[in-house]
Design a protein around this ligand. Structure first.
Ligand SMILES: [Zn+2]
Ligand SMILES: [Zn+2]
Length: 466
C-alpha cells in the first residue's frame, strides 16, 4: 500500500460508522487480526510510498532502500514510522480538543493493501473521567494526554496524520517549550488497574493542587493565583504556589539577617547539587542573634562584592544580562506566553545562566585557572597524536621488530588517559551574545512583572531563597 497514487485515510475501512462503545474503542472491523495472527504477520518499520518485506525476522525492516526514488512518491502520502505519534480517525471528535491520538507501537501487514498498526493510546481528560470516576478533568490542559498501556490493532488507514506529543516532566530543568497548541503528556494510565500515575498534583506544592498549564478560563486573576516558584536544588526540584508559601510564612527573615543579598542567595541554589554553591554558602547562612554582625545592621552584599576578594574569579567574559538572570527566582504562570511569564517557566534560562557562573567560579573562562589547565591538556594530546602518526607502524611486517608497535600502544594508552582527565571538567558552550544583548532590554520589565516576594523553600532541609 501507499505507493504513489494510493491515498491513505480514504480507504474502505475509514468509511466505517464510528459508534463509540467506550473510550477509545471504535467498532472493531471484522478482519482485525487476532494476537495469534498478528504474531505471524510481516513486520515493517515504516509505511509510505513503498515498503520492504521483512528479511530479518529479528528486526523490523525500514523504508530506506525501498523501490523507487523519493521523487516518485506523491507529496500527499505521509510516511508513518514505528514510534510516531499520530492523530487517529475519531468520527465526531475530529475537530475537538479530544481528538484521538496514539503512538505507533508496531506495523505489520498480511498483504500490500492490508496493513495494520498496533497503537498505544494517549488518553484525553474526558475519556479518563469516564473511565476513572475520581479523576477531575479540569486538572488536565485541553491538549494534555496520558500515555497508556492500552493497545489496539487498527487499520493503517485510521492514522490521519503524524503529530508530536511532548513529554513534560515538571521537575525537569529543561522542560519542553509548551504552547497552548502543543500536545503533551505528564502521566501514564495503567489501563487494567484504572490507575493514573502520578496522580495530578501528587508532586505539586505543599497543597497537592494540580497545576494546569493551559486552563480553559484565562482570567488574569485566576492565572495569578497559580503563580509558582521552583526550588531547583537537586534534592528538591519542586514547584510551590506563591500564595501557599506566603500563607504559611515561608518567607525571608528581615534582609539584614543574611550577609548576601537576595540575588546572591538565589544564585547559590545549585540545580545540579543538593548543597549550595560553595563559594556563596557563607553569604546565605542566616546570622544568629549571638553573631556580632547580627546587631550591626550591615547592608547585605551583592554578587560583585561577594566575589571581589577572589582574584582568580572573573565574570567579565559573561554578558551582564546573563549574570542578572542567574540571580532571578524561577517562576511560572499558566496560560499563553505573556511578558516574562510562560506556562513552563523560566527554569531553562535561569539554570543555564547559573551553570555559566559556577563554571566561571571554577576558573573555566579565557585566562582562568581551569581554562589554562584544559588548554595544556589539549596541547599535550595534540603532541601525543603527532608522535603516534610519526611512528609509521603500518610499515612493520609480521616477524619484524615489534618495538614500534609497543611504542605506539604506550602512546595510545597515554592519550586515552589524557582524554579521560578532560572528562573531569565541565564544558559549556560560550554564551550566545546576541541573545543576551536582546535579553538585557527586557530585564527591568521582567523584574517588575515578577515582583517576587522573598520566598524560601519550605523543605526544612533546604530553606533556600526561591
Ligand atoms: Zn500550593
Ligand atoms: Zn528546596
Amino acid at each position: 500500500m501507499a505507493r504513489a497514487g494510493n491515498s491513505l485515510g480514504v480507504g474502505r475501512k475509514s468509511k466505517r460508522a464510528w459508534t463509540r462503545r467506550k473510550a477509545h474503542k471504535s467498532n472493531v472491523p471484522e478482519d482485525t487480526p487476532t494476537e495469534l495472527e498478528w504474531a505471524r504477520m510481516d513486520k515493517y518499520s515504516a509505511v509510505a510510498g513503498g515498503w520492504n518485506a521483512d528479511t530479518d525476522s529479528d528486526s523490523d525492516s525500514d523504508i530506506s532502500g525501498s523501490t523507487g526514488s523519493s521523487s516518485s512518491f506523491s507529496p500527499e502520502i505521509m510516511e508513518l514510522r514505528k514510534g510516531d505519534d499520530v492523530i487517529m480517525l475519531c468520527g465526531d471528535k475530529a475537530k475537538t480538543d479530544d481528538v484521538w491520538i496514539g503512538k505507533i507501537d508496531s506495523i505489520r501487514a498480511r498483504a500490500e493493501h492490508d496493513v495494520w498498526v498496533r497503537i498505544g493510546w494517549y488518553w484525553a481528560s474526558l475519556d479518563i473521567a469516564e473511565y476513572i470516576k475520581s479523576f477531575e478533568s479540569t486538572t488536565f490542559a485541553p491538549l494534555e494526554r496520558a500515555s497508556s498501556d492500552n493497545f489496539d490493532f487498527v487499520p493503517v488507514e485510521d492514522c490521519i496524520r503524524a503529530t508530536h506529543v511532548y513529554e513534560y516532566d515538571e521537575s525537569d530543568l529543561e522542560p519542553p517549550d509548551l504552547e497552548p497548541t502543543s500536545y503533551f503528556v505528564r502521566s501514564h494510565l495503567w489501563y487494567k488497574r484504572r490507575h493514573l500515575e502520578p496522580k495530578p498534583g501528587a508532586l505539586s506544592c505543599i497543597c497537592f493542587r494540580a497545576y494546569n498549564p493551559f486552563p480553559k478560563v484565562l482570567l488574569e486573576s485566576l492565572l495569578d493565583e497559580d503563580i509558582m516558584h521552583f526550588c531547583p536544588r537537586s534534592s528538591c526540584r519542586r514547584w510551590y504556589h506563591r500564595n501557599c508559601l506566603l500563607a504559611q510564612g515561608s518567607v525571608d527573615h528581615p534582609y539584614s539577617n543574611y550577609r548576601g543579598d537576595r540575588g546572591v542567595r538565589l544564585l547559590s541554589v545549585n540545580p545540579d547539587d543538593s548543597a549550595p554553591c560553595a563559594l556563596l554558602a557563607w553569604y546565605c547562612e542566616p546570622l544568629a542573634p549571638s553573631d556580632p554582625e547580627y546587631s550591626m545592621s550591615l547592608d547585605p552584599v551583592d554578587l560583585r562584592s561577594a566575589i571581589s576578594g577572589n582574584d582568580h574569579i572573573s565574570l567579565a567574559h559573561l554578558p551582564p544580562a546573563l549574570v542578572r538572570v542567574a540571580q532571578f527566582p524561577i517562576v511560572r504562570r499558566p496560560g499563553p506566553r505573556h511578558a516574562c511569564w510562560s506556562a513552563v517557566g523560566n527554569v531553562t534560562e535561569v539554570t543555564l545562566a547559573r551553570r555559566f557562573i559556577y563554571a566561571a567560579f571554577e576558573g573555566l573562562y579565557p585566562g582562568g585557572r581551569q581554562y589554562a589547565e584544559v588548554e595544556e591538556l589539549v596541547k599535550q594530546a595534540g603532541e601525543l597524536e603527532h608522535r603516534v602518526r610519526g611512528l609509521d607502524v603500518d610499515m612493520v611486517r609480521d616477524g619484524e621488530d615489534q618495538s614500534l608497535v609497543k611504542q605506539e600502544n604506550t602512546l595510545l594508552d597515554d592519550l586515552l588517559e589524557l582524554i579521560k582527565s578532560l572528562d573531569t571538567y565541565t564544558f559549556l558552550a560560550s554564551p550566545y551574545s546576541p541573545y543576551w544583548a536582546a535579553r538585557e532590554l527586557q530585564l527591568d520589565e521582567d523584574v517588575e512583572a515578577m515582583a517576587a516576594p522573598p520566598l524560601v523553600c519550605p523543605n526544612p532541609d533546604c530553606n533556600n531563597a526561591i
